[in-house]
Design a protein around this ligand. Structure first.
Ligand code: NDP
Length: 443
């Protein structure tokens, strides 16, 4: 079979799931030669099996809002692949959540988790519930309703969800409380837990820090560092916040942040008290990034994305397909040498092509943002050990994991003096999963 024929078959089975097809195509393009050269993978139909989730769970989530009105949302859990360990991956609460979005995220998660070298399979879940504008009580009632179905499908040795867009410490807390009540069991069934009840230090920071560590490794291959670099970041949620903190610690200057309404541009850098302001604005007051521009009298671009701001390094940390080919061209033209993806699949396929053609340092999400799930893996280990590592210990382990992921990408992605990190991440992630699937037989 040819690649086109394979993709046509996947398309016919997954109509109206464009993001899932986009993610599959990118991976399959990279790994096709590996499968062609390996008759064992071909005979066992590893590719045909790996694009099919082991299990898809969809359920009704009814709850009552503050006005006493019944609301109905849809809940999902995609248990995609358990070849390397229990399903692991976040829960996303956002109105754009569909089956196709979660299948793309679950599929990416298989290879990302493999790259971490920790024993975790791939999964993803969530709901079309929008936490924005809801009271704490409404969020709690929704989380409880969601968990009153999800609990029967997950467990510390089966499937261990975490947070993602719209799911932070507050939501994990409410869901954990409900799981504990229904099962009468205090276990590490979720990661991203609070510090006092089984959470790991550095888990909130991990994805953002990891994306910066990965960028640092890429920069080192060119004899460069973050020192004195201008950095453009999108988003202002969990990943963007801690990516900003780590860039500041490494001597770079972050000049933009955004949310779905627009972006701010602060040429003096978002650091110190200004960074604290963002943390309070987004995590406590749950306000809009526009308020930063009002407080510090800087530029705010309503409805805009920050990619036309001149920079050395770009860190997309908001959402999928938030950086297109025109914007990729603008970044390259403006002298950007490095893009490290904190978000999942933020660059469109056309944008990725431009980064590769121009041979800039481009770290795709499944490698660059793997620090989040890696630290979730460390949280699971600490829960099993009933022991907590110190901040320094967890950060050092996270740093080592990111250095190791970078090494694997270089090993499989080197093309002369250029490293194709897309190929490197896909091939390195795939081989381990494929070998494990062979070992387990046709299941
Ligand atoms: P948060 O919910 O904390 O923040 C999301 C940010 O992205 C917000 O600023 C949000 O703005 C913005 N955003 C969301 N949707 C859109 C959109 N359609 N257009 C423009 N901006 C948007 O989520 P996280 O920071 O946790 O996640 C960000 C990205 O990182 C996602 O792609 C996620 O999958 C990925 N990721 C997260 C990990 C984690 O550990 N949290 C791990 C690995 C990857 P607004 O408030 O206006 O919606």
């Amino acid at each position: 079979m040819k690649l086109d024929e394979f993709m046509a078959k996947v398309k016919s089975k997954n109509l109206a799931q464009p993001e899932f097809l986009q993610a599959v195509e990118e991976v399959v393009e990279s790994i096709w030669p590996v499968v062609e050269e390996n008759p064992r993978f071909k005979e066992a139909k590893i590719l045909e099996r790996i694009v099919e989730p082991e299990r898809v769970i969809m359920f009704r989530v009814p709850w009552v809002d503050d006005q006493g009105e019944v609301q109905v949302n849809r809940g999902y859990r995609i248990e995609f692949n358990s070849a390397l360990g229990p399903y692991k991956g976040g829960l996303r609460f956002h109105p754009t959540v569909t089956l196709g979005i979660l299948k793309f995220l679950g599929f990416e998660q298989i290879f990302k988790n493999s790259l971490t070298t920790l024993p975790m399979g791939g999964g993803k879940g969530g709901s079309d519930f929008d936490p924005k504008g809801k009271s704490d009580n409404e969020v709690m009632r929704f989380c409880q309703a969601f968990m009153s179905e999800l609990f029967r499908h997950i467990g510390p040795n089966t499937d261990v969800p975490a947070g993602d867009i719209g799911v932070g410490g507050r939501e994990i807390g409410y869901m954990f409380g409900m799981y504990k009540k229904i099962k009468n069991e205090f276990t590490g069934v979720l990661t991203g837990k609070g510090r006092n009840w089984g959470g790991s230090l550095i888990r909130p920071e991990a994805t953002g820090y990891g994306a910066v560590f990965f960028a640092e490794e890429m920069l080192k291959t060119k004899g460069e560092s973050f020192q004195g670099k201008t950095v453009v970041i999108s988003g202002s949620g969990n990943v963007a916040q801690y990516a900003t903190e780590k860039v500041n610690q490494l001597g770079g200057k972050v000049v933009t942040l955004s949310d779905s309404s627009g972006y701010i541009y602060d040429p003096d850098g978002i650091k110190g008290e200004k960074w604290e302001f963002v943390m309070h604005l987004k995590n406590v007051r749950r306000g809009r990034i526009k308020e930063y521009a009002e407080k510090y009298h800087v530029k705010y671009v309503e409805g805009g994305r920050p990619w036309d701001i001149k920079c050395d390094v770009a860190l997309p940390c908001a959402t999928q397909n938030e950086l297109n080919d025109d914007e990729a061209n603008t970044l390259v033209k403006n002298g950007c040498i490095c893009v490290s993806e904190g978000a999942n699949m933020p660059s469109t396929p056309e944008a990725v092509k431009i980064f590769l053609e121009n041979k800039i340092l481009y770290g795709p999400g499944k490698a660059a943002n793997a620090g989040g799930v890696a630290t979730s893996g460390l949280e699971m280990s600490q829960n099993s050990l009933r022991f907590n590592w110190s901040r320094e210990e967890v950060e050092e382990k996270l740093h080592d994991i990111m250095i190791n992921i970078h090494k694997q990408c270089v090993k499989y992605g080197k093309e002369g003096d250029f490293v194709n990190y897309v190929k490197g991440a896909n091939v390195a992630g795939f081989i381990k999963v494929a070998e494990a699937m062979l070992d387990h037989g046709v299941v």
